[in-house]
Design a protein around this ligand. Structure first.
Ligand code: ADP
Length: 200
């Protein structure tokens, strides 16, 4: 992806299924910015303690320290005026306020890089990701490798019967699948999930 630098800021999205290398790509872009001596601040959603509660960590163990938050609006208070690059990982878990927050940061002249799952385990758009992708100047869609056939994989297959949209975990609960091998949950499981959510 070629980014043409202007005077104003901009938003970059890195999206795709689990294991598609979103965290690796985010870490790569951040390391290059740090080499260029840019002032960087990194945030991630608070309840993703996949390996380390205060770091962005990839499945291949690359990591960079970040600050865990649960309300995306906190970013506006935490970002220093001098910061040039703001990175946000696991964006799918945040509220739709992430669109106005990232727009504000970009309007202040900052480069904003956001990584997140674009589809949930049902194969539906995940949280604020569609609106965020519309707001962004640059969108990079990553694909993983299908664990059934080795083709490019656009979907995240949940391997357990659990029904919540958000289960934070890794290899033992999810795997990447292509269009042909992705099996979305049955109507029965989705109805059970809706009932559980309605009951709080
Ligand atoms: P994401 O943030 O998209 O979940 P990560 O950047 O954390 O992805 O991890 C990507 C790494 O995961 C790959 O470089 C590879 O080492 C590993 N990996 C494990 N399973 C797969 C798979 N099915 N397809 C591609 N990479 C995989």
């Amino acid at each position: 992806m070629q980014i043409i630098h202007g005077k104003s800021g901009w938003i970059e999205i890195i999206c795709g299924p689990m294991f598609s290398g979103k965290s690796e790509e985010l870490i790569k872009r951040l390391r290059r910015a740090q080499i260029a001596k840019r002032r960087v601040q990194i945030f991630k959603h608070g309840f993703d303690a996949r390996y380390d509660a205060t770091s962005i960590v990839s499945h291949s163990q690359m990591s960079l320290p970040g600050v865990a938050i649960s309300d995306i609006n906190e970013v506006l208070d935490l970002v220093d005026d001098r910061t040039e690059l703001v990175a946000i990982d696991e964006a799918q878990f945040f509220s739709e306020d992430i669109v106005s927050v990232t727009n504000k940061l970009a309007n202040q002249g900052k480069r904003v890089i956001v990584a997140g799952l674009d589809l949930d385990y049902q194969g539906n758009p995940f949280g604020p990701m569609p609106k965020l992708m519309c707001a962004a100047e640059y969108v990079s869609k990553q694909l993983a490798i299908c664990m059934s056939c080795g083709d490019p994989a656009n979907f995240t297959q949940r391997l357990t019967a659990a029904t919540e949209q958000v289960i934070v975990g890794a290899a033992e609960i999810y795997e990447a699948r292509c269009r042909q091998h992705f099996e979305p949950p049955t109507e029965e499981i989705i109805k059970k999930e809706n009932k559980e959510q309605a009951n709080g």
